[in-house]
Design a binder for this molecule. Structure first.
Ligand code: S3P
Length: 181
């Protein structure tokens, strides 16, 4: 697939932590020659604090306030946006995402993700251990929310990053062609 210089699409990646939003987002951004906005990094810069520090100082709700504010600031920019796993929790965020297609859900099972992120001290929601159980609880609540927002669902699992990218690019081609009709 040819590299696009006249870029018109700003894909948004959603999904549970560890599903590859940042790394696939980076490849996608490189492909299109645009920047990647990693919402967690954006929040960290904005707050001048790490994610665990924000959770400790302001609680999860304080983090979610910052997350919603940041999402509002970055949507619409010519960039690939990799959101944090909980960005779909608030109704207002979901409404915003729906207004900025295409939204791509990197769908991975808790079992697949647990091995990848176990023991990650930068992720407060799994810091207390029992990573698999916690991910299962998150998946139960969030899968329907990801589903609501997604224009395309990419099943992860053992798919190589290169294949994941190809699959997303194919979707984007079709999605864009549909819009030009
Ligand atoms: C969170 C996911 C994290 C980060 C924060 C909360 C979540 O982002 O925003 O720790 O609620 O799932 P990643 O999905 O990039 O790990």
């Amino acid at each position: 697939m040819a590299k696009e210089s006249n870029h018109q699409v700003s894909p948004i990646l959603i999904g549970l932590m560890g599903s590859g939003k940042s790394s696939i987002g980076r490849r996608l951004a490189n492909h299109f020659g645009i920047s990647l906005i990693d919402l967690d990094d954006y929040i960290v810069k904005k707050a001048g604090r790490s994610i665990p520090e924000i959770f400790t100082e302001r609680g999860e709700e304080g983090f979610r306030d910052l997350e919603s504010e940041s999402l509002r600031e970055v949507l619409g920019k010519p960039a690939v946006i990799a959101t944090g796993g909980g960005a779909v929790l608030r109704e207002e965020n979901r409404a915003l995402l729906k207004r900025h297609p295409p939204v791509i859900w990197l769908k991975a099972s808790p079992g697949f993700l647990a091995n990848r992120i176990d023991g990650d001290s930068n992720r407060p929601l799994i810091a207390a251990g029992e990573t698999l159980k916690k991910l299962q609880q998150l998946a139960e609540i969030r899968y329907p929310l990801y589903e609501q927002c997604a224009d395309f669902v990419l099943p992860r699992g053992n798919m190589k990053k290169r294949e994941a990218l190809q699959s997303i690019l194919q979707f984007l081609d079709e999605w864009q062609a549909g819009r030009e009709l």
